[in-house]
Ligand binder design. Structure first.
Ligand code: FAD
Length: 514
């Protein structure tokens, strides 16, 4: 069987692709996989949401379950140079789930696991690492009236994919990222061994895999903490002209006790113009709401700011009670009077809100276009200067899509995971979610990537305390700087769990050891 693999790697230009697939079948038979392998139709595995690179793998494997994943990793370990990339839903930007002439595992194909368990009075759900969060949501709410506590904005992402990064949204200030809301994992290491791990059992693997960029193991199952799902959500946006007032109020909201604040807090920057994608029209929550620009103070600059909040409530609560709570909370904020937008919707509709944006983007040819996105965490100590130099200056015309900025609390993150953060309790997530028509109708992706580099370079040159989120570096020097004093721990974890550097080669952190 190893001979097959070696021939695959070295003789990939075999005359007929059909032969490749026959060999794939042989490979599958030899490995005794319950799933399937495809050496011809690997298209899916060579692309991602970023659309900035396309890399051909040797084969796309659809594992049926954890045993298949382990068999594939073990086979790769016995070969001289094969790598294995777990592919969640391929929503990375820079080829992180790809494997150049390696084996890509389509994690969405692994067997469906969905079991709600109650341990010491607390409910959890066990789900497969390849499950989409939107399916976890629907099944938990409709079947049990329960839901995970911490989300991402968009839910067509896999559980294993977001847990390998962090998983951040408007609930993170309250419950921490998704990595802080999982208590047990089943992981296949780079040696092909299967482990169940948690805070107390195989804890180094557990914390290593959380935020581990797929470097230490493939997450095949996760146990996620649940809470009772609310029925309804009041979703609100309020506008600010001054950055200092925006940050003061956003920080106030994220530092209040549970019950004294909203259930969700985010924010974004938008352009002070009537531009449909970047400006005033991007703020109202409903097409019936209009944005009245005469309300904007005369002192306002090139960009404006919006705090976005949400309050959960039950159907049994009278709307006037919700009004009282919301008015009480909003009454403590200093947003521009009458630039407030509100919408009541079901909890599921709220969590699935970005699905509408996806549909709209697909209709307009924006979804399949390149997405040179940039995500970073910037310390509170540098955020004013970041606003002045980046939002008010470099990006004052917008990025063709949302420019998110909202505060998070370091104490809600577990420092034992592999994620690295800026110092200081409060830091901001900044996300430039560029959404442009493909070149030449829109700007060239190279130009936008260069603009991202300029932003990063500015932060480095000015000594900002920041980290990339969903990081991407081409060379190890970049990774060393990224991990800083956590680099040694990261390298040790790699040596323990994936000594041949087989896993997640698309992250470009380590090279396969031959
Ligand atoms: P992939 O892109 O397929 O994989 C990402 C990395 O994880 C790869 O290195 C891969 O090898 C590895 N991996 C995948 N599955 C596993 C597994 N089971 N075990 C181990 N490693 C694995 N992020 C947020 O935090 N908050 C947001 O609000 C948010 N919104 C987004 C909205 C959109 C439209 C998009 C495109 C992305 C968004 N993201 C957000 C980013 C998203 O969390 C990451 O891109 C995540 O990696 C995507 O998950 P995926 O399942 O597509 O993973």
């Amino acid at each position: 069987m190893i001979a097959y693999l070696e021939r695959f790697v070295h003789g990939n230009d075999v005359e007929s692709r059909q032969n490749d697939n026959d060999d794939g079948k042989d490979f599958c038979d030899a490995l005794d996989l319950q799933g399937s392998i495809d050496c011809v139709a690997t298209g899916l595995a060579g692309k991602d949401f970023g659309g900035l690179r396309s890399i051909k793998p040797l084969a796309l494997i659809r594992p049926a379950g954890t045993d298949d994943v382990a068999r594939v990793v073990k086979a790769a370990a016995r070969s001289s140079n094969l790598t294995v990339a777990a592919r969640g839903n391929g929503h990375s930007i820079n080829g992180q789930a790809m494997a150049d002439r390696g084996l890509v595992l389509d994690m969405r194909s692994i067997e469906d696991v969905f079991e709600v368990v109650v341990v010491n009075g607390t409910a959890y759900v066990d789900v497969s690492g390849g499950a989409l969060w939107e399916d976890v949501l629907k099944r938990c709410v409709s079947g049990f009236g329960l839901a995970p506590r911490s989300w991402t904005d968009y839910l067509s992402l896999t559980v294993g994919g977001t847990l390998s990064n962090a998983g951040v949204s408007g609930q993170t200030f309250r419950y921490g990222p998704q990595t802080s809301n999982v208590t047990e994992l089943e992981v296949v290491t780079g040696k092909g061994e299967i482990f169940v791990c948690s805070e107390t059992e195989n804890s180094e693997l557990f914390f290593g895999a959380l935020g581990g960029l797929g470097q230490f193991g493939i997450i095949t199952r996760a146990r996620i903490l649940l809470q009772p799902a609310p029925d309804m959500v009041r979703w609100i946006r309020v506008v600010y002209s001054e950055f200092e007032e925006f940050t003061r109020d956003a920080e106030f909201l994220v530092t209040q006790q549970d019950g004294d604040s909203f259930d969700y807090v985010e924010g974004f920057v938008f352009v002070n113009s009537d531009d449909p994608a970047n400006g005033w029209p991007s703020v109202p929550l409903d097409s019936n709401h209009g944005f009245d620009p005469t309300r904007i103070p005369k002192t306002a600059g090139s960009v404006l700011y919006c705090i976005e909040v949400a309050l959960h409530y039950r159907n049994t609560v009278h709307p006037s009670t919700v009004d009282v709570v919301v008015d009480g909370l909003l009454g403590r904020l200093g947003f521009v009077e009458n630039l407030k937008f509100e919408l009541d919707l079901s909890y599921m509709e709220f969590l699935l809100r970005v699905k509408h944006a996806e549909e709209h983007a697909r209709t307009h040819g924006l979804w399949d276009a390149p997405h040179p996105w940039l995500n970073m965490f910037v310390s509170k100590s540098d955020i004013d200067e970041f606003d002045r130099a980046v939002f008010k200056n470099k990006l004052k015309g917008g990025v063709g899509g949302p420019m998110l900025i909202y505060p998070l609390l370091r104490s809600m993150w577990d420092t034992r995971t592999s994620v690295v953060l800026p110092e200081g309790e409060i830091f901001y997530i900044v996300a430039l979610l560029r959404s442009n028509l493909p070149y030449p109708k829109g700007p060239s992706p190279e130009k936008l990537v260069a603009q991202n580099h300029e932003v990063i370079q500015y932060c480095i040159e000015n000594g900002f305390d920041f980290k990339l989120y969903l990081p991407h570096y081409e060379i190890q020097e970049g990774w060393k700087r990224h991990f800083g004093n956590q680099w040694t721990r990261f390298v040790e974890r790699k040596a323990n769990f994936d000594p041949l550097a087989i896993l997640a080669p698309g992250q470009k952190i380590f090279s396969r050891i031959h």
